[in-house]
Design a protein around this ligand. Structure first.
Ligand code: DGT
Ligand code: CA
Ligand code: CA
Ligand code: ZN
Length: 562
């Protein structure tokens, strides 16, 4: 699957064009790249059907470039751009606060080509000396390099998801494999994963290893044995595989799903009964196999109910399973609508109609259009006039679809209050607010906004982005209590780099608050992200009742207005 490869190419083109001061195009390339990353289908299939231009943000010019790359493995346009600035632009721009233009300055004045070069230069105080940089910038860069480095060791679940599902299908399509399941942190749906672990059963184990190591997109074979191997796939992700006996499928699933701490706790439970638990099964004192075929069988033999993988973090799930009080977790099918999407009125790439069509495809009953408020200029925030135009367009498409279209806005919390008037707030069916900067007093700002305005949903509460922005330092206890009083729902944002509110806090406040799981989609493709938010709600022990948008729209309204 070349989706990720192509997205990377387009992102880099955008960076190079930005350096050259080209207008508009960088944004177009980035949008196309983002949508390609969110595709669940292999882009080569789309290319073969001649449907590249149906991908959001992909016009004729970009489609041509993708075709050239797929046909020849190269793109001349890109090579020309990259020649002038031979640096690792993807890695350098992954540092928060370092844009393409900064990369160019750093290269021209210090010869910086990689993240390590930059780290060294900053540590030696050379960055501060560049005109326009100074000590403060240098200090920020050093701090942000630390955060960015984590992104090289771990991957975002949402970004590898299509690739991993595709890999699994390719293995299943081979005759030699019987069962194939992705285990490890991926199966537990951790927001970031270190590597991908595959568990399988096969007709002939050695032949299965041959097939695995001969996959088309393997760039390196790290180890190859009779029952286990490790490879690196194009895009740099490591995949480990294990072949096990059918007989031990359940216990092997448990062992390799982890987490390690969950396993350790389970093993000590077994030990307490003078039993033994490992990847081959649960064994009695005489080494007699008590259970191993299915996970359920093993848990039940230990007098526990089945524990869904998302809960296996050793944070109370074992006790709960012993008391048979594991909640029935929310599922993607329970979700009845998406309560935050953007359109081309601000920084989205889909029209209202395209977003509504996709909502219909997904079987949603309602959709909230919530573009950015006016102060977020960088994201094309709406003026009041544009909001009115949008209202008219919604009015026109409303009757053509069997989806209830709600009109709102993602207002920005600024130091002077919200960036929209109270009168404007009243014209929103549902009002979302979010913080997009990092003030010194975030808690106070949020609390006073909650006091003053008719807020419905507090979006991406922590403002974090994996590998670039640390979570805001806010007093969630106070904010959640206020939200409970005012019936303000917290969002679980499904964007791969956000997944915010995080699952730990979701779990903590689930009896106080109602959550909304939204995609915050900036294109129709990104509406595929819903399952990522759902998995974080599951990791936060949420059942359907904790999630507002599992209810019909009247239920949503009556909570928010209550
Ligand atoms: P990751 O890859 O860092 O996101 O996290 P995991 O949980 O996928 O960890 P990984 O890939 O090292 O191992 C996959 C699973 O295999 C892990 O969740 C539990 C199991 N496992 C690996 N090593 C050990 C071990 O030394 N003891 C136990 N009990 N389980 C292990
Ligand atoms: Ca792993
Ligand atoms: Ca592993
Ligand atoms: Zn936002």
């Amino acid at each position: 699957m070349k989706n990720k490869e192509i997205a990377k190419l387009l992102y880099e083109i955008a960076d190079y064009l930005e350096i050259k001061d080209v207008n508009y195009k960088p944004r177009a390339y980035r949008k196309a790249a983002g949508n390609i990353e969110a595709l669940t289908e292999d882009i080569e299939n789309i290319y073969e059907r001649g449907e590249l231009e149906e991908i959001g943000g992909v016009g004729e010019a970009i489609a041509k470039k993708i075709s050239e790359y797929l046909e020849t493995g190269k793109l001349e346009y890109y090579e020309k751009l990259a020649k002038d600035l031979p640096v690792n632009i993807e890695e350098l721009t992954s540092i928060e606060g370092v844009g393409p233009k900064t990369v160019k300055k750093l290269y021209n004045s210090l010869g910086v080509e990689t993240l390590e070069d930059l780290e060294k230069a900053a540590e030696e105080g050379k960055v501060a000396q560049i005109k326009g940089f100074g000590e403060k910038v240098q200090k920020n860069i050093l701090e942000n390099i630390k955060v960015a480095k984590r992104g090289r060791e771990r991957r975002l679940l949402g970004k590898v998801f299509p690739l991993v599902e595709d890999l699994k299908q390719r293995l299943l399509d081979k005759d030699v494999f019987n069962r194939v399941t992705i285990v490890g942190s991926y199966r537990r749906r951790k927001p970031t994963i270190g590597d991908v672990d595959v568990l399988a059963t096969a007709k002939k184990s050695e032949e299965a290893m041959d097939e695995f190591c001969a996959l088309g997109d393997v760039v390196e074979i790290l180890a190859k044995g009779d029952t286990k191997s490790s490879i690196i796939l194009s895009g740099g992700i490591q995949v480990d595989i294990r072949i096990v006996e059918e007989e031990a499928w359940g216990s092997a699933l448990m062992y390799f799903t982890g987490s390690k701490d969950h396993n350790v706790s389970l093993r000590s439970k077994a030990k307490g009964r003078n039993w033994k638990l490992n990847e081959y099964g649960l064994f009695g004192p005489e080494d007699d196999r008590l259970a191993s075929k299915s996970e359920k069988e093993v848990y039940e033999r230990l007098d526990m109910s089945f524990i869904p993988p998302e809960l296996r973090e050793n944070t109370g799930e074992i006790k709960a399973a012993e008391k048979d009080s594991i909640p029935v977790l929310v599922e993607e099918e329970d979700i009845r609508g998406d309560l935050q999407v953007h359109t081309n009125y601000s920084d989205g790439s889909g029209t209202i109609e395209q977003m509504v069509e996709r909502a219909l495809d997904k079987g949603f009953e309602y959709l909230l259009i919530s573009d950015h408020g006016p102060s977020l200029k960088i994201a094309g925030g709406l003026t009041e006039e544009e909001f009115e135009e949008q209202a008219e367009e919604i009015e026109q498409v409303k009757d053509r679809f069997g989806v209830e279209i709600l009109h709102g806005i993602e207002a920005n919390i600024t130091k002077d209050g919200l960036d929209i008037s109270k009168d404007w707030c009243d014209r929103c069916d549902i009002l979302c607010v979010g913080m997009h900067d990092r003030p010194d007093d975030p808690t106070e700002r949020i609390l006073s906004i909650f006091d003053e305005y008719p807020i419905d949903i507090f979006v991406h509460p922590l403002g974090r982005r994996f590998f670039s922005r640390e979570p805001l330092d806010i007093n969630l206890d106070r904010i959640a209590s206020k939200a409970e009083e005012e019936h303000i729902s917290f969002e679980i944002n499904s964007q791969p780099e956000r997944l915010d509110l995080d699952w730990q806090n979701v779990k903590k406040y689930r009896d106080k608050l109602k959550y909304v799981i939204s995609t915050d989609a900036h294109s129709k493709e990104q509406m595929n992200f819903m399952h990522l938010g759902v998995s974080q709600a599951r990791r936060g022990w949420c059942s359907k009742e904790n999630i507002l948008n599992t209810q019909p729209i009247d239920g949503v309204r009556s909570y928010l207005n209550g």
